[in-house]
Design a protein around this ligand. Sequence first.
Ligand SMILES: [Zn+2]
Ligand SMILES: [Zn+2]
Length: 346
Amino acid sequence: MKSFQVVEFGKPLEMREYVNPIPEGEELLIKISACGVCHSDLHLADGFYDLGNGKKITLADRGTKLPFTPGHEITGEVISKGEKAKINIGDKGIVFPWIGCQFCDACHNEKETLCENPKYLGARLNGGYSDHIIIPNARYLVSYGDLDPAQAAPYACSGLTAYSALKKIPNTNNNEFILVVGAGGVGMNGILLASAVHKAKIIAIDIDENKRNEAKKIGAVAAFSLDQLKDIKELCNGKIVGAIDFVGTEKTTDFAVNIINKGGTVVVVGLYGGSVSLSIPLIPMRSLNLKGSYIGELSELKELIDIIKSGSVKLINVKTQKLNTANEAMDDLRNGKVNGRIILQP
Ligand SMILES: [Zn+2]
Ligand SMILES: [Zn+2]
């Protein structure tokens, strides 16, 4: 098999050829149809996450061994399986990449993103910038029905992250509002998927006027910049029940916490970095709910794929290109040239 791998942090990926692995036990060998290029792949290739204020987490410290294949938005087909795997050869699906240790309580309860010893595909185990991949168990392959495999792929990360964040806000009514702070890729997914989860109207908040206009085109009832607090409050008239911070800076989280109504829920998703100071008495006095949301669970991916298959929401804009353009795809993403999702196909 051919894989595009991080051989040295901070350097372009290199194509390496290997003999196809043989699945054992409950493992499956998947022939990859498509793999999305996600922002976090850039961090993995760089070898660090920037925490702000000069702090970094390096992947070498976290035990990532090189060479290593990135890519976690994977669709494909089962071409061989271990003797204990319960699936048919030829079955197709989207891979749930956020796999835990498979042994702890979190993993047994299908809360794998809460596992303390994760084995994420494309982060800890080899991922989808390849023509084949081993996955540890058939339960991590979710059928996507008649969807185009390239169209389905980004729901494993970008779509799932937005969906899981929306679900962390309690049920809403159609006279209420949810603020989507940051109308980048994941935020746009939040707007596209909102109607499948909530009755509330969506307002987009972004510093970029083009993104605000785009957000209105895909379903936001209004869009504002961060400094239009007064206009937002006037429009919403005390009915802002949720805010999702898809950026995760001091400024955006502070904005969300300050604008939310009593009893409202702020969900922080973005990992940009920084810290906020919270007035402690205001947390009880305003019955504030502050939650973090990290990607999403297997059960949520299944729900999400059912929503996508039903045709009730508009889909993510995807652009397919050959796997051997992986480095160009990553450069384009790094340089902000990507509109929608780039999908690599072997
Ligand atoms: Zn991702
Ligand atoms: Zn676990």
